[in-house]
Design a protein around this ligand. Structure first.
Ligand code: SAH
Length: 418
């Protein structure tokens, strides 16, 4: 075992928008043999992981129960002792809730020191999207990050918090909003105190509610806001109201933060230029296909996809059909002969033995992107993303191109060479 070379990182992936991840985080992620991913992490950040990295989801995705904390640490130790480097990816900052501190202690107890790489925590990023500066000096002397989750003896002392007159930024508070607001009012906090709830902050689906404390829980319930969301209580929340009023009056024009994300940018231009070729085993799950496509898309958005393409033997593949219908994308099917004659050679004996062709995802992406379905016309397309593999599903992405075959990126010829 090469203990000196083995490394462990606790990495903050930021609040959601991939561009809010740090350079240090992307560099560490690019080195890891194994990546253990939490629930709230945007799968798009996996574009920075090595194509051959082992990616393990330890969150509650897809209805599976989340992995108990002890098991996550056990898994990390197993990989580290086998000489594999491990990146533990957590949403936001690894040390702001989310148990990163406990994981570091457990690793240290086992004699392993992990590098901690900070991320932008949701409690700062979410308010910032609405123009809320959590420590604006006109309103507060400071900010308190507090969990709304703790019940019983873990319950925060809301009366004491109200007395500090600091901005309250509440994580995991959505389920108990009524009780929290009631406790703050009972402690004498003004019923007019401005409040904000921001759901899925910095993601394209971000939504928010602004209301005074007395109406807040009801307004959030009526809007149907749920987890994950950040709640801001205090005078600073009025900065969001002031900003919205200014926008309504046309005094300022600002691009909502969500439109700075690649997803929304693509939406704004609604350019459907990408064809996604998929190779999958029988009975692949829609959720895995989704994650694989998302990973391959990187900074491109789903709106940019024109069609999904695969081999015609997968015409009845339930997971694939479910994925396509979920995104309302046409599924284009190509025959073995069309695929075999497309201008991509992939030295994969296993795939050839199984399907009779070398590889499916890249030729299918090219065929779908080209003007017509003939193999010759596939030369009128180019791969914008060469084959990526995620959860055993291969994905390649192509776009139409007037270039000749020689202009195909080199990576399209030498994939699979690892
Ligand atoms: N380590 C994370 C927090 C983990 S606790 C961080 O620093 O951000 C999980 C809670 O974080 C959620 O219940 C929610 O309150 C908040 N959260 C995480 N991501 C969020 C997002 N994109 N939008 C709003 N709230 C988010």
């Amino acid at each position: 075992m090469h203990a000196a070379m083995t490394r462990a990182w606790l990495i903050g992936a930021g609040p959601g928008d991939v561009e809010l991840m740090t350079l240090k985080a992307t560099r560490a992620l690019a080195q890891a043999d194994v990546v253990l991913v939490d629930d709230l992490v945007n799968p798009e950040v996996l574009q920075f992981a090595r194509a051959d990295a082992q990616v393990v989801y330890v969150g509650k995705r897809g209805g599976h129960p989340s992995t108990p904390q002890a098991d996550i640490v056990t898994q990390m130790l197993r990989h580290l002792r086998a000489g594999r480097s491990v990146a533990r990816l957590k949403g936001g900052d690894p040390f702001v809730f989310g148990r990163g501190g406990e994981e570091l202690q457990a690793l240290q107890a086992a004699g392993i020191d992990a590098d901690v790489i900070n991320g932008i925590t949701a409690g700062i990023a979410a308010p910032a999207t609405l123009g809320i500066a959590v420590t604006h000096r006109d309103y507060a002397q400071g900010v308190v990050f507090v969990t709304g989750h703790g019940a019983g003896s873990g319950e925060p002392d809301w009366a004491a918090l109200a007395a500090t007159r600091m901005t309250l930024v509440i994580y995991m508070g959505m389920r108990r909003l009524g009780e929290i607001a009631g406790a703050l009012l009972a402690a004498g906090m003004s019923a007019d105190t401005p409040c904000a709830a921001i759901e899925s902050a910095t993601r394209p689906e971000q939504r928010h509610v602004l209301a005074p404390l007395r109406e807040f829980a009801g307004a959030v319930a009526r809007a149907g806001l749920g987890s994950p969301a950040i709640v801001v209580i205090g005078g600073v929340a009025s900065l969001a109201l002031a900003r919205e009023a200014a926008e309504r009056d046309g005094r300022v024009h600002h691009e909502p933060v969500a439109s700075a994300t690649p997803h929304a940018r693509a939406h704004a231009h609604s350019i459907k230029t990408l064809s996604v070729g998929i190779g999958c085993r029988s009975h692949s799950e829609a959720a895995d296909i989704e994650a694989a496509v998302r990973t391959a898309l990187g900074s491109n958005g789903f709106e940019q996809i024109r069609s999904i393409a695969t081999i015609d033997t997968k015409a009845d593949e339930a997971g694939l059909l479910e994925f396509c219908s979920r995104h309302q994308l046409p599924l284009r099917l190509f025959s073995r002969e069309q695929i075999a004659s497309a201008p991509v050679a992939s030295p994969s004996a296993g795939v050839r033995a199984h399907l009779g062709v070398d590889g499916v995802c890249e030729p299918c992406a090219l065929l779908a992107a080209a003007a017509s379905d003939s193999a010759r016309s596939a030369q009128n397309a180019r791969l914008v993303v060469p084959k990526t593999v995620h959860a055993g599903i291969t994905v390649a992405i192509a776009a139409p191109n007037n270039a000749t075959l020689g202009d195909l990126p080199p990576s399209s010829q030498d994939q699979d060479s690892r």
